[in-house]
Design a protein around this ligand. Structure first.
Ligand code: DWN
Length: 401
């Protein structure tokens, strides 16, 4: 196929067969659902790693069930990020901040005390309603060159545009960057946070592969993309959230721009680490995790152990469907998001119940599909009095806690 960053040819890294969109939770288990190829490929020129087949964003995001969870680790991350951005004069009092894919506005709420005004833009009508009702002004639309012009007319030019875990969620990053270059203040920053390819590959996080993740960014592929839009990375931050993410601090190229040493250091590290051997090892480890998890679940069910999953996560649906686990083996998935309760996971048909319901009839084992919140979820379950259920942690290798 063709690289959507530099238009060169690509080669397939991993074909995960066909699956439904990861957040397409169903109202009824037997509700018909659409399946799409899930194939990861790499560019032969610019190191870009992308999904080969993209689903129309309107189908994925116009009505969206993922709401940023209440999570101590996320709140801690917001505080860290706000501190770093303030120290680097990226977050400026008296300025305007726009966040793309702002969801319910949790991060913007955190930035509000540091600036004059915050504005969100998100395509999901149901999510925008929640955000606006909570007092975070949110425009319901996709971010592109047209909506950027509307934002500029209404609010002026922001000194900071943020895109956390959404810049990789669109088939055409060039369109988003045209909007950013149109809207951003000349001396402003574009801050992109995303799951980091190096962490995804080195930690065997194959469940991060799902249709919302249309790109798997590295410093090299982001540099190749930005160079086509007169922009560059001035610094990077490595952060632990979502299985290991990278924060790109991006500016329009201006004479005298100082680049942080971490940019070139990180890029060189990628050149050494992201080799064909590394990708082959990633594929081999993915197949090994599938084999071992399959075995673990069968053994436990064979000794009449009850298993629930914990976290109706998008990544969890890739894991369950790739391993071939369904409601025939695991009847329930525990999750804290009210909008997901009573619904059924795509393909596996596992029913989502609340954490309270999960506590009322605790299973022998939880398969932790929200492994990126491992410590806080286990601590919460223990704090609420369940000291019996064990946790199967699938990533970076199958283990039981
Ligand atoms: O990139 C994306 C990331 C940022 O968020 C999106 N494409 C979709 C989504 O992916 P995910 O669903 O894998 O994200 P999370 O944040 O790992 O999912 C958290 C889920 O876990 C939520 O449904 C809530 C649930 N949860 C819970 O039940 N109890 C979370 C915590 C912290 C808890 O204590």
């Amino acid at each position: 196929m063709t690289c959507r960053i530099c238009l060169s040819s690509t080669h397939v890294l991993l074909d995960m067969g066909e699956s439904p969109p990861a957040n397409s939770l169903k109202e009824a288990a037997n509700q018909p659902e659409d399946f799409y190829p899930l194939v990861l490929e790499r560019c032969n020129t610019c190191a870009n790693v992308q999904l080969r087949d993209c689903i129309a964003p309107e189908k994925l995001y116009s009505r969206y069930l993922y709401m940023t969870p209440d999570s101590p680790s996320l709140t801690q991350h917001y505080a860290f990020l706000a501190g770093e951005l303030t120290d680097r004069a990226v977050l400026r009092s008296g300025s305007l901040v726009v966040e793309i894919g702002s969801n319910t506005g949790k991060f913007l709420r955190h930035l509000q005390p540091f600036v004059r005004k915050v504005v969100g833009i998100d395509p999901a009508a149901n999510i925008c309603e929640v955000a606006n009702q909570s007092g975070i002004e949110t425009i319901c639309d996709f971010f592109n060159d047209t909506s950027a012009e509307v934002l500029k007319e209404r609010f002026g030019r922001p000194a900071l545009i943020v895109a956390r875990h959404c810049f990789a969620h669109n088939p055409d990053p060039h369109e988003m960057l045209r909007g950013v270059t149109r809207l951003l203040d000349g001396d402003g920053y574009f801050v992109v946070e995303n799951a980091y390819l190096l962490n995804t590959v080195e930690n065997n996080e194959f469940d991060q592969i799902y249709h919302e993740h249309m790109f798997y960014y590295s410093i090299r592929s982001m540099q190749a993309l930005l160079a086509q839009h007169g922009m560059h990375i001035v610094d990077v931050l490595m952060v632990p959230v979502h299985g290991g993410s990278i924060v790109f601090l991006i500016k329009k190229i201006a004479p005298g721009d100082q680049l942080g040493a971490a940019v070139e250091e990180g890029a060189r590290r990628e050149d050494h680490a992201l080799t064909p051997e590394t990708f082959n090892r990633f594929v081999a480890n993915t197949l090994e995790i599938r084999r071992r998890l399959r075995e673990k679940v069968s053994d436990l069910l064979g000794t009449r152990q009850r298993i629930y999953t914990y976290g109706a996560t998008a990544k969890g649906n890739t894991l369950l469907n790739f391993v071939g686990i369904s409601a025939a083996e695991i009847p329930f998935c525990v999750d804290s998001t009210p909008a997901k309760h009573g619904r059924y996971l795509p393909k596996s048909n596992i029913k989502v119940i609340s954490e309270e319901e999960g506590l009322a009839s605790p299973p022998d084992y939880f398969l932790l599909t929200a492994w990126n919140y491992r410590d806080e979820i286990i601590a919460k379950v223990r704090r609420r009095g369940n000291v019996r259920s064990k946790f199967i942690v699938p990533i970076p290798s199958v283990s039981v806690l």
